[in-house]
Design a protein around this ligand. Structure first.
Ligand code: SF4
Length: 213
């Protein structure tokens, strides 16, 4: 069983309980359908970063967030990042919710797992490029996470010209459209720390100074 399937099952709430064969088959077939139809895209831009007393400055953009400041400690640069599965995933889920609710729920979980995996792949690609110049990435940190106000979503999208470049916008209540999308800031530092591909939640480095919490 690959990681996307495992994660989709976890999102469905099976946790440590075994999944029945019928549901597993539905998850596997939904994942295949999604992969065949979605058109993933991502974009990133790198900015200089300065910070003082929990206040971060990226050009004319000021962010007050203790959680983000801790995660970005020691970072001289930051990548603004956005990724999306596109409108196809939303359409598939919408269609299924009319015809077959169980399938819609499974598709939701599969899309969430697929998006996370895609973001991890993108981040690995960015990390590879930057490591040649001696820069290293921290885990991504999204608006709405901890005390990083979700309203910063607007500035992040604008800096990336995400609408024009990858068709990603937001509603008045800061929800992303298409919904299966992610925006984030990713710290860039000269210090190489052994970050887990899936981020701080699964990282075993319990005493890490930069942990997202
Ligand atoms: S807790 Fe782990 S993943 Fe998170 S910043 Fe520290 S080393 Fe990286």
């Amino acid at each position: 069983m690959n990681r996307e399937i495992r994660e989709a099952i976890r999102y469905l709430g099976y946790g440590r309980h075994a999944i029945d064969e019928q549901t597993l088959a539905l998850v596997e077939c939904s994942m295949e359908e999604l992969k065949a139809k979605v058109r993933e895209r991502f974009i990133y831009r790198i900015f200089e970063l300065s910070q003082k007393d929990g206040v971060l400055q990226i050009g004319d953009w000021t962010i007050e967030s203790k959680g983000l400041s801790r995660n970005l400690k020691g970072c001289g640069r930051v990548a603004a990042f956005a990724a999306t599965l596109g409108t196809e995933a939303d359409q598939m889920i919408r269609r299924a919710s009319v015809m077959e609710m169980a399938k819609a729920v499974v598709l939701q979980s599969c899309a969430a797992a697929l998006l996370e995996e895609y973001c991890d792949d993108c981040q690995e690609e960015i990390a590879k490029e930057l490591s040649c110049e001696g820069w290293y990435l921290r885990p991504r940190f999204s608006p709405g996470y901890g005390d990083f106000d979700i309203r910063h979503q607007e500035k992040l999208l604008a800096l990336l010209q995400a609408d024009k470049k990858i068709g990603l916008t937001m509603t008045k209540s800061c929800m992303l459209t298409p919904t299966k999308s992610v925006t984030a800031l990713i710290g860039i530092s000269r210090e190489q720390i052994p970050c887990h591909r899936q981020g701080c939640e699964v990282c075993e480095k319990a005493d890490c100074l930069y942990r997202r919490a």
